[in-house]
Design a protein around this ligand. Structure first.
Ligand code: UDP
Length: 480
């Protein structure tokens, strides 16, 4: 064996596409700096296969697309009676995987660090048992981290008699480093303070300060106030906050790019080539997002009435909206969209089933606006491409991201009705027109042009995100 193997950084991912994609990008960055990298991925036990099927296939695709990155599949834990709540199920799987992860850490010759996904908090115990320093890689925004780190303190301070967020309507929550957050925009897992999911999340965020540092997939310019509050320790009163390293935006020239190199360019990119500059509204709701059949029809009417060109990724509506993450067959567009819609719009619109190469679409000169569910990767991809956002949050922490995109970053507008039964066609038309035709839209575009420049600067030699990454690497050397 090599007497001086390169130190290994073990990255521990959770089971979500939106978490895995930036994790792979971090792995590539570390590899370029001469470190050895292993991504340890949990394997869902058979009892949970339904819920995690789409993530499991995404791991396979990422593995195939990134041969330079070594993936270690941790064995599926014994989990005979899965929790009925899918979120808690995921946390259980991750917790039950901790011993296997600890064994991997002990088996490798020279582990410099364990870097954890934000949901893998219990794996702090694996790091401790193997005497390896632990860091987090936070793949959502600094604003989310600031708000969530404050939650244990908030709940403790309002214990006994404090209302749950679900009963507070849009009352503003004032947390350090972030704009006021309407209580109803907090993620559903923490809406009811008596709920088990809330206890789990608050417990987790209470442990994040145990880490030696937190890498964040953001850039300082975009979230200056949240980064400052995290650095000043304002989010976690009475306790030291570990150093934060905003190293982003780490985005992939992903799925589309690999296909393009093989000469298999997606048809929607060729279609965009034929459209005027900044003329197309792109609609895509993340790796999982799908809306109801009635909502699809409203969107179609709104787009048609706006008169603007569009590129729209359509998924089959979930049979049970609470199980949006289950994989589903392709949508039947003729049946789902208004009669004659596809034919009438064929010169000005394109509908893509299931998946489009989003990064390439956003960076295409023809793309002028982005209707997004506000998943953090999507927000970073839009900011890096300079495309204004129409924010339509669906699940997870997306409502929170929406607050930050609109009120803090000034990078988008809200699509009203996202928190009601349906967003009307009139609202879709109104917001599309606002971004594409009005002075407010021009201002947004100007702001996004700046965001794009600042993203490029952050990642250029000597830029703030590069410097933050160097600081992280130096910290790794200090612990060795
Ligand atoms: N994505 C894509 N094409 C699609 C849908 C999603 O390339 O049709 C990519 C998108 O570019 C992003 C990721 O999948 O990198 C979704 O991550 P995000 O954080 O936005 O949302 P999530 O899927 O986690 O809700």
């Amino acid at each position: 064996p090599n007497p001086n193997p390169a130190p290994t950084v073990v990255l521990h991912a959770c089971l979500g596409v939106g978490h895995l994609i930036p994790m792979v990008e971090l792995a590539k960055l570390l590899l370029r700096r001469g470190l050895a990298v292993v991504i340890a991925v949990p394997t869902p036990p058979a009892s949970t296969a339904d819920y995690f099927a789409s993530s499991a296939s995404a791991v396979g695709a990422l593995e195939a697309a990134n041969p330079s990155v070594s993936f270690h599949h941790l064995p599926p834990p014994d989990y005979p009676a899965p929790d009925p709540d899918p979120f808690l199920q995921m946390l259980d799987v991750l917790r039950l995987t901790v011993p296997a992860l600890a064994a991997v850490l002990r088996s490798l010759p020279s582990v410099a660090a364990l870097v954890l996904d934000l949901f893998c908090v219990d794996a702090l115990d694996a790091a401790a048992s193997a005497a390896v320093p632990a860091y987090f890689y936070y793949t959502s925004c600094a604003g989310d981290l600031a708000a969530f780190l404050h939650l244990p303190h908030y709940f403790a301070a309002t214990a006994g008699g404090g209302a749950s967020f679900k009963d507070m309507g849009k009352a503003p929550l004032r947390f350090p480093g972030v704009p006021p957050i309407p209580a109803s925009d907090m993620p559903h897992t923490v809406l009811d303070r008596a709920d088990r999911t809330c206890a789990a999340r608050v417990g987790h965020y209470g442990r994040i300060p145990e880490a030696r540092g937190v890498l964040i997939n953001t850039y300082e310019w975009l979230e200056a106030r949240a980064v400052r509050a995290l650095r000043d320790g304002a989010c976690v009163p009475g306790r030291a906050t570990p150093p934060v390293y905003p190293i982003g935006p780490l985005i992939v020239r992903g799925h589309g790019a690999a296909a393009e190199e093989k000469g298999e360019r997606h048809a929607c990119l060729a279609w965009l080539d034929a459209q005027p500059e900044r003329s197309v509204v792109f609609l895509c709701f993340g790796s999982l997002g799908a809306v109801s059949a009635a909502q699809l029809k409203e969107i179609a009417r709104g787009l048609e009435n706006s008169g603007h060109r569009f590129l729209w990724v359509v998924r089959r509506p979930p049979d049970d909206p609470s199980k949006f993450f289950l994989s589903r067959p392709e949508p039947d567009l003729e049946a789902l969209l208004p009669e004659g819609f596809l034919e009438r719009r064929k010169d000005r619109g394109m509908v893509v089933k299931m998946w489009a190469p989003q990064v390439e679409v956003l960076q295409h000169a023809a793309t002028g606006a982005f209707v997004t569910h506000c998943g953090w990767n999507s927000v970073l991809e839009a900011a890096s491409a300079g495309v204004p956002m129409l924010c339509w949050p669906l699940y997870a922490e997306q409502r929170l991201n929406k607050v930050f995109v609109v009120d803090e970053m000034k990078a988008g507008v809200v699509v009203d009705g996202y928190d009601e039964e349906i967003v009307t066609a009139e609202e879709v038309e109104k917001k599309v027109r606002l971004v594409m035709e009005s002075e407010e839209g021009d201002n947004l575009r100007e702001r996004l042009t700046l965001a794009k420049e600042k993203a490029a600067e952050a990642l250029a030699d000597g830029g703030p995100s590069r410097v933050a990454f160097e600081e992280f690497l130096n910290d790794l050397k200090l612990v060795k």
